[in-house]
Design a protein around this ligand. Structure first.
Ligand code: SF4
Ligand code: SF4
Length: 162
């Protein structure tokens, strides 16, 4: 499926998630980088040593989730828009997801938007919690959204039509 559609399967995503115990401790990065490409900014962006130095620039990233603080610095540095920060401890009912976002216009904080999955399908609604769009982010804005907790590993994009 991935080869034809470019859409990661749930099994592929499961393999890049931290342990259940780590997921319950706070925000963590999900690296949905599944293809070997000559790219490594994620490793140099991380100040916590959570992304191993690349022995070969074509390798896919190796992430130590115990060292990852969920700071989000790597999100805007990834040219593949492949890194998300998920916080399943946000509230009893909601998780937050930081997503890279390069479209305009930007959403407003507090706005309710369409929640979109990896395949581009609208799967519900999301609430915009924070919009980060400083020059330091290298033109890749970072949008934090809140979604129902059960959609923490499903929603990966937003649409402003809603
Ligand atoms: S979220 Fe922060 S600590 Fe985690 S991998 Fe990215 S830059 Fe490193
Ligand atoms: S910067 Fe992004 S696309 Fe490049 S290797 Fe890291 S996760 Fe993959």
């Amino acid at each position: 499926m991935f080869d034809k559609t470019g859409v990661a399967t749930p099994e592929m995503v499961e393999k890049v998630l931290p342990s259940i115990e780590r997921r319950q401790k706070g925000p963590y990065a999900v690296f949905e980088c599944f293809q070997q490409i000559p790219c490594n900014p994620c490793s140099t962006a991380c100040a916590f040593g959570a992304v191993a130095a690349f022995e070969d620039i074509n390798h896919i990233p190796s992430v130590d989730h115990e060292s990852c603080t969920g700071c989000g610095r790597c999100v805007s540095r990834c040219p593949g828009l492949a890194i998300f920060i998920v916080d399943e401890t946000y509230s009893d009912t909601e998780a937050t997801i930081k997503i890279p976002y390069e479209l305009v216009p930007l959403p407003a904080e507090g706005q309710v938007v369409d929640a979109i999955d990896r395949a581009g399908e609208v799967v519900g609604k999301a609430r915009v919690i924070k919009v980060q769009n400083s020059k330091a982010l290298n033109k890749t804005n970072v949008i934090t959204i809140a979604v129902p907790k059960e959609q923490a590993q499903i929603v990966r994009h937003i649409g402003l039509e809603g």
